[in-house]
Design a protein. Structure first.
Length: 126
């Protein structure tokens, strides 16, 4: 299996896992909401129209991927507040920017299609 590394610590496979987490529409909606600032589960439920247990499920997956952080209220530990992990967001943005950079596109045509190789290529595939 070919493994391409985009950074010293992340491979394409690892980035794919993170993108799969965000590919779920509900998780993407939650993440988008958290991009606007820290929120608690009940607040998200009201804004997104989702049941608390469903939000908790998706928050667990987002936390497991490292995309969001959670902190307990200092006065009442029953309340948990969620926010985007700024470092993970910055890292993902940098990786995607580098991966999707037009500068990665070569100006070279495949060697099998060059005029010098057309006769050789077509003869070898007959």
């Amino acid at each position: 299996m070919l493994t391409m590394t985009l950074s010293p610590t992340k491979s394409i496979e690892e980035i794919a896992v993170t993108l799969k987490v965000l590919a779920d529409p509900t998780r993407l909606r939650i993440f988008n909401l958290l991009m606007g600032g820290e929120r608690c589960n009940c607040e998200m439920g009201g804004l997104l129209g989702l049941a608390p247990n469903l939000i908790s499920h998706h928050l667990g997956i987002l936390r497991g991927s490292g995309l969001i952080d959670a902190r307990r209220d200092t006065n009442d530990a029953r309340w948990i507040y969620y926010s985007v992990n700024r470092e993970a967001l910055s890292d993902l943005g940098d990786l995607l920017s580098a991966f999707l950079s037009p500068s990665r596109l070569p100006e070279v045509a495949p060697s099998c299609c060059s005029p010098a190789n057309v006769d050789t290529f077509s003869m070898s595939h007959e």
